[in-house]
Write a protein that binds this ligand. Structure first.
Ligand SMILES: [Zn+2]
Length: 141
């Protein structure tokens, strides 16, 4: 069976199955997240999908008070800020996502290096319903 294309559409489809999938270069083994169809490291064109584990650590973060539309619809905004961050997975690649289980009103208490677990958040109604990648502090969900 042919691999799904290495696109954000495929990546999002996997998220809907609650799988965090990266592309791995068959030539040099580099992992890319979000997936890429070509390897930026060695220019290899042969990729394969690999599922990432559930653990990572917080590399950097920011709190968001001016929310984009999808997040406003999810109840976030000026009076209910949220945290978004870059998470380094145990496998090596890093990806940005919402960080759950931290208090975005108290950014000074959010620590780089915090261990996190993959979480999948369902948002939207009807046709707009989709799964978003997030990370949560252990025990937060
Ligand atoms: Zn490569």
């Amino acid at each position: 069976m042919a691999e799904p294309e290495f696109t954000s559409a495929s990546f999002n489809q996997f998220l809907g199955e609650h799988k965090l999938m990266a592309s791995r270069c068959r030539s040099c083994g580099a992992l890319w997240l979000p997936p890429r169809p070509l390897c930026p490291a060695c220019h290899g064109e042969e990729m394969e999908w690999v599922e990432m584990g559930s653990s990572g650590t917080l590399l950097a973060f920011t709190t968001v008070h001016i929310a984009p539309t999808a997040m406003i619809e999810a109840g976030y905004g000026k009076d209910n800020p949220y945290c978004t961050g870059i998470v380094r997975l145990a496998e090596g690649p890093a990806i940005s996502a919402q960080i759950l289980g931290v208090d975005a009103r108290q950014p000074a208490q959010i620590a780089v290096g915090t261990p996190l677990e993959v979480a999948f958040v369902e948002r939207g109604e009807g046709d707009k319903r989709r799964t978003y990648l997030a990370f949560a502090t252990p025990g937060a969900l």
